[in-house]
Design a protein around this ligand. Structure first.
Ligand code: ASP
Ligand code: MG
Length: 327
């Protein structure tokens, strides 16, 4: 690996270096990106609070976490389990189960900034779009529909860009992003995954992101049991937001809440019920309420805003698949 402009070069891709190896100019660029991160987080969290969401702190260890399966995009090399107090727990893959339970039992509108540990296959270091540890702005709304969430996200993205153009102009100009970052027209366009598959084939995600100029939605994607599936039509009531040239930045859905459906899907997909004991108990007792929500990848969003070649650049301590630095 040679060293070049803030990065280790591997093949065609530059892998971001740890802080202690950055030159003076590289430190300067990293500092400006950190300011964009601060302004982005400050704006987004205020928007959620203004819209009546409660802010939950994240969890790290739980008996239940996101199965991340079946998901055609997943490439988890290793799942982390640890024994504490004689019980087996897992590090958070996403707080999906917590969101469904908390929005059902306690807080109808919630969000959290949640560290997710996903030990991706090491070849994913080269995508420039994967990390083994990242932060998700994960949110859930009791009784919401998919359109409620998609409309909310449309405005969130548009307002964020407006905010940054007005309040981070110098930083965006320094990063050569100001002219690229246009305020999108709403509503953002919506595409059905079936049409994209027909048009672009199996690799539709990669072709699609090259063919959009503004963030755009893809709906109806088969995946984990918690996304709502209409058994009579085979349609999935879920949605992903894609960023031009970069890829998926947010995914979410209306949720399954009925015990019989959840069980049927777990059996079909070979999901181990014993990893979801509490969720199943609450669903059986009718305590899980319909909800919808989504998770927004914070580093992915900022990577697109600042125009980084590799997402590890927006982390102060890069967590690049296959590369374990000291910090
Ligand atoms: N946070 C979930 C995930 O990581 C997305 C969602 O809310 O559906 O897949
Ligand atoms: Mg998911």
């Amino acid at each position: 690996m040679q060293s070049e402009r803030g990065a280790y070069v591997q093949g065609e891709t530059c892998l971001p270096k740890p802080l202690e190896h950055l030159s003076k100019e590289e430190i300067e660029r990293k500092r400006v990106i950190a300011t964009i991160m601060t302004k982005t987080l400050s704006h987004l969290t205020q928007e959620y609070i203004k819209n009546g969401f409660e802010w939950l702190l994240p969890v790290i260890f739980s008996k239940s976490t996101d199965p991340l399966w079946p998901d055609p995009g997943a490439s988890i090399e290793k799942r982390i389990e640890a024994e504490i107090y004689g019980e087996m727990v897992r590090t958070t893959l996403s707080m999906i189960v917590h969101k469904i339970v908390a929005s059902s039992l306690l807080i109808p509108k919630l969000f959290t900034l949640s560290p997710n540990v996903r030990i991706e296959r090491r070849d994913r270091c080269l995508t420039g779009w994967h990390l083994y540890e990242f932060t998700q702005l994960d949110f859930e709304v009791r009784e919401a529909t998919s359109s409620d969430i998609m409309n909310f996200v449309d405005k969130l993205i548009k307002n964020l860009i407006l905010y940054l153009r007005n309040n981070a102009k110098d930083e965006l100009e320094y990063l050569e992003s100001y002219n690229r970052l246009n305020v999108p027209d709403l509503p953002l366009k919506v595409f059905d995954r079936i049409d994209l598959e027909e048009k672009y084939g199996k690799d539709w995600e990669n072709v699609f992101k090259e063919n959009i100029r503004e963030p755009a939605w893809v709906v109806n994607i088969p995946r984990e049991f918690y996304d709502y599936e209409d058994f009579s039509t085979g349609r999935w009531d879920n949605y992903d937001l894609f960023l031009p040239k970069y890829g998926e930045v947010l995914s979410g859905s209306r949720r399954e809440w009925e015990y019989s459906k959840i069980i049927r899907k777990m059996e079909r997909d070979n999901i181990r019920r014993e990893n979801f004991t509490l969720l199943l108990k609450l669903a059986r007792e009718g305590k899980i309420k319909p909800s919808a929500g989504a998770g927004l990848g914070v580093e992915r969003l900022v990577c697109w805003i600042v125009g980084s070649k590799h997402i590890g650049e927006v982390q102060i301590f890069p967590k690049i698949p296959g590369l374990v630095y000291d910090l």
